[in-house]
Design a protein around this ligand. Sequence first.
Ligand code: GLY
Ligand code: MN
Ligand code: MN
Length: 444
Amino acid sequence: MSFAQHYAEHISHLCKLYDAALTEVGNGVDAILLHSGTDRYYYADDQAAPFRAYGHFAYWLPINRPSQLVLYKPGDKPVYFQVVPRDFWHEQDITVEDWIAKQFTVHVLDNSSEVAERLSRLGLQTSRLAFIGEHTQYATAIGIPSATQNPSALLSWLDYHRAYKTDYEVACIRKANRIALQGHNAARTTFENGGSEYDIHMAYLQACNILEEETPYTNIVALDEKSAILHYQYKRRETIANSQVLLIDAGCRVNGYCSDITRTSTRSHTLSLFSDLVEAMEELEINLVRRVVPGISYLDIHTAAQRGVAEILLQHGICRGSIDELMHEKISTLFMPHGVGHLLGIQVHDVGGKQINTRGDITAPPTDYPALRNTRTIEKGQVFTIEPGLYFIPQLLDPERRSSRGKLINWKLVDSLLPLGGIRIEDNVLVTASGVENLTRVSI
Ligand code: GLY
Ligand code: MN
Ligand code: MN
């Protein structure tokens, strides 16, 4: 099925979803106005950061531009207020492909201040609308009461449902995976040829045919010891003689939807113990994906990942003792201090990961695993990442050198591995009725 067909279904799904939201938590409003956001300027500067449309807006409309509005009124075709300022300093024209435009009644305006009058022509009073978006000053200016600006009951309701992807959303994430995999292939080749972090980053962008500002998050391109910095943000330009490890965590966007993929690569001269660890982590990651099935908690996958890391540490002589001892002493958290993954969608760490119901009640992660971003029950239609890691992080390990649990660690081996940084393997998966589909392990 084409994007066009999927998108038509997606929009009709959103109409039903918003109907239910208005019935359950609409508090009597007649319609909902969604705003994409505004440019954000650096302090005391006339330069803006790259724009990123607000998630609930992008859920309806894949137009990554400021000051755009979507109106949803039950029973009516959704309206797109396309605001195209008269401005000769910047490109302001917006190309809206047919398959998108067809789902809306489109009003093209010079200025968002004209929206109030258009709403009134559509028979709507702004005092009876809900507004969803950051620019609440604008909402106030057109007469939307503060009580119906970003009402928390409505947002919690919508956030919760964002976890269940439509076929259109899955198609976007699927394509975002395929494109990113081309980048990952190019990145690996550049690493194998001795390229710098900068060279690898540029090879990735070029192979995906994207600009840096189009990536869902800052590419993590880390050679050797930098791969132990979980969200390493720089790209060293100097080549590293005989680099041994590349950890690259990089995705793409398709119609706003993200992929989020990590691969760890070694070279023929890499310390063999480290290459063995990479192989073991690959196997662990694949086995964790296999465990995904509706009905269990995502925390179960996380706990299995922690146990899997502890087993790898034992098998490779990096730790001693029994698996139960290592788990009891929480040794694996020193080597994998992050959660095994998160919901994925329009936002790379998608909304609602800890929400247990539409009311916005949350399940906090257990105190042993404070960084876990997803505590939900696994259900059909969810898309999330599975991303176990094993790192040698001096900040976490050094204080343990003289601790009692530190006796479970083989420090000589740890010292030999510290210069190689760490490992993360990350795939994106879709929960199906009976199990899981890996959206990343596909041939391209
Ligand atoms: N790319 C950030 C993460 O994997 O969560
Ligand atoms: Mn991730
Ligand atoms: Mn990632």
